[in-house]
Design a protein around this ligand. Structure first.
Ligand code: NAD
Length: 296
């Protein structure tokens, strides 16, 4: 193996430490405690695990965590009323509605009812528009974490060829916007892209966000490229299962200059960036300087 492994777990711990030190300064100097409200509707086991771990990490960095667990049959009106209360609660600086929502609820409507200034997931249409026009916004956590790791590893990204595989609203598109913001030449690939490997082969930066286990082999990677593997795929492993990314780790690591592993790469950065966004939202709400290195 030749590639440097980008250790997302260690990087995320550094981001959380930075958040924690900013939180303690906000408390000591201004008497403000940043607060994150997480809303979970229903009993989806994976969502319950995420929400629990978000709550734990929120309190670990010294912020206030508000958990709202609602029954699966909660009506749209009840959910919108809760979001409205959180929008108007000055102790809440970030609001996250855990997706997916049960089928009878309109996710788009609910997300767009969150105050954009408290939209720490960065999914509100106003934040999407602000990011798309290069203005200050709340940035979706997974692409933000990926950008932080790229900047840390490469320094300036200016002029580099970046290929993003996947065009989802939560990863692919915002990732491409962020890379464009850092002056990369960006190509977005998707399920209809012709000759994907030819496009990937010219990339200095590859971000794979597809959800197809190990679809990118090392033979597609330009020697020395930086590979950010966002994919999280569970595959059979004897009697059990194991997690793999969208890139074939061993063969890509033979060719790439650096690569994020799965697990332990992009994954841990997502919650760290949620905490970073919450402290940023709190600073903006109070007209205080934003922490450096925690925004796009
Ligand atoms: P999605 O299903 O919304 O989008 C997948 C994208 O891949 C689509 O735009 C589609 O056009 C593209 N695609 C599908 N087949 C393709 C092919 N053969 N060639 C090229 N492109 C193809 O998925 P998503 O929500 O963007 O998530 C992508 C992956 O990232 C998933 O594995 C998901 O679990 C993972 N993910 C990880 C984190 C994290 O914290 N690390 C966060 C979000 C998503």
């Amino acid at each position: 193996m030749t590639a440097q492994i980008i250790d997302g777990k260690a990087f995320a711990a550094r981001v959380r430490a930075k958040v924690a030190s900013h939180v303690s300064r906000l408390k000591d100097d201004h008497g403000i405690t940043p607060g994150l409200a997480v809303v979970l509707v229903g009993e989806d086991p994976a969502s319950q695990v995420y929400v629990r771990s978000k709550g734990k990490m929120t309190t670990e960095v010294g912020m206030e965590s508000f958990e709202h667990r609602l029954d699966a049959d909660t009506s749209q009106e009840e959910l919108l009323a809760l979001v409205d209360r959180l929008n108007n609660d000055p102790t809440v600086h970030g609001i996250l509605v855990q997706l997916p929502l049960p089928d009878h609820l309109n996710s788009e409507l609910v997300i767009n009812s969150i105050d954009p200034a408290k939209d720490v997931d960065g999914f509100h249409i106003s934040n999407v528009g602000l990011l798309g026009t290069g203005q200050k916004s709340m940035v979706p956590c997974t692409p933000l974490g990926s950008l932080m790791m790229l900047r840390d590893h490469l320094g300036s990204l200016s002029g580099l060829e970046a290929v993003v595989i996947g065009r989802s609203n939560i990863v692919g598109k915002p990732m491409a916007q962020l890379l464009l913001g850092d002056s990369c030449t960006v190509t977005i690939c998707h399920s209809r892209t012709k000759d994907l490997q030819e496009v990937v082969r010219r990339a200095d930066i590859v971000v794979a966000a597809v959800g197809r286990p190990e679809m990118v082999p090392g033979s597609w990677i330009k020697p020395g490229a930086t590979v950010i593997d966002v994919g999280i795929n569970r595959v059979p492993n004897g009697e059990k299962t194991r997690l793999v990314g969208d890139c074939e780790f061993d063969s890509c690591a033979e060719v790439a200059g650096a690569i994020t592993p799965v697990p332990g790469g992009v994954g841990p950065m997502t919650i760290a960036c949620l905490l970073a966004n919450t402290v940023t939202a709190c600073c903006r709400a109070n007209d205080l300087p934003e922490p450096e290195g925690l925004t796009a």
